[in-house]
Design a protein around this ligand. Sequence first.
Ligand SMILES: Cc1cc2nc3c(=O)[nH]c(=O)nc-3n(C[C@H](O)[C@H](O)[C@H](O)COP(=O)(O)OP(=O)(O)OC[C@H]3O[C@@H](n4cnc5c(N)ncnc54)[C@H](O)[C@@H]3O)c2cc1C
Length: 296
Amino acid sequence: MYGAETVQLKRGLLNKALRNVAIEEGIKIELGKKLMAITQTEQSATAIFDDATTATADFIIGCDGIHSATRKAIFPNAPNIAYTGLLSTGGFTKLDNVADLYGSIRMTFGEKSFFAYAVSNLGEIWWFNNISHAKEPARNELNTIDMSQLKNTLLELHKNDPKPIADIIKSADAIELYPIYDIPFLANWHKGRVCLIGDAAHATAPHIGQGASLALEDTIVLAQCIRDLATVETAFEKFQSVRQARVQKIVREARKVGDSKTVPSKFQQFFRDLLLPFLVKYEAKKMDWVYSYKVN
Ligand SMILES: Cc1cc2nc3c(=O)[nH]c(=O)nc-3n(C[C@H](O)[C@H](O)[C@H](O)COP(=O)(O)OP(=O)(O)OC[C@H]3O[C@@H](n4cnc5c(N)ncnc54)[C@H](O)[C@@H]3O)c2cc1C
């Protein structure tokens, strides 16, 4: 529909491909360094790492994710990331008789919880579920839940949902469990010679699968701004002004989709299931602005 085929790939592969291109282009990559602080002058910015080394450059781009140390360094009073009221579980597994599902993603608004899975061309099942959980878990609270406890919880939540959901859960060797956060609004993405991109500036909940796409779009737009404008400050300003409206709209849309995954009453469930086939078509059309976007 948008002139491109859907390709499902694990993010490690994408990271590897991007890293290889960067290395081919002669870009130096240093691993194992943790950013702790940033200092700036009129002419340069300096990153200070946990091994006491530093790196000074004309500018710094903070692409260090939702918990960004760069954001904390330049905006110590920025609002905290926001818990969205949902937990997510997920993993990879194998089952027989699912190869015919390759190329599509099956999503189930279940009786008590949301479940989705896709089948890779190697026959592996990639799955995730969302659990409505109003109270933000305390730090490390989720680490205390063991695998069999988690499996039983998932099996209970999905006991009346269609096959093969229960089989997928039963066959899982490992299950990830994490709370879902976003950044509803960050007024400024840059300060002096430092600029935030990707999740560091505008983390979105994963419900419409756009976080990585937004981060990639950012890189292209920011590179163009730096190439075309006279100073880094004007480039950063232009970058934010070009990108902010789109990313805020996506962050809000993802929240809305996430909110529709909370547990419905029997009454709501009846109407949801009745209307869903029509809504899916309507929603797909409504999302045209997300997928037809061209980075110019
Ligand atoms: C459950 C889940 C499902 C998702 N599904 C999708 C999807 O289907 N499609 C999609 O497009 N997006 C999806 N996303 C979102 C996507 O993963 C992110 O939006 C994307 O990875 C953001 O890229 P980024 O480069 O900004 O940050 P990240 O990918 O988080 O990268 C940040 C990097 O910075 C490094 N770092 C962090 N702190 C420091 C520090 N102090 N010093 C040095 N380095 C540091 C980290 O190690 C990491 O390598 C999902 C996210 C989640 C949580």
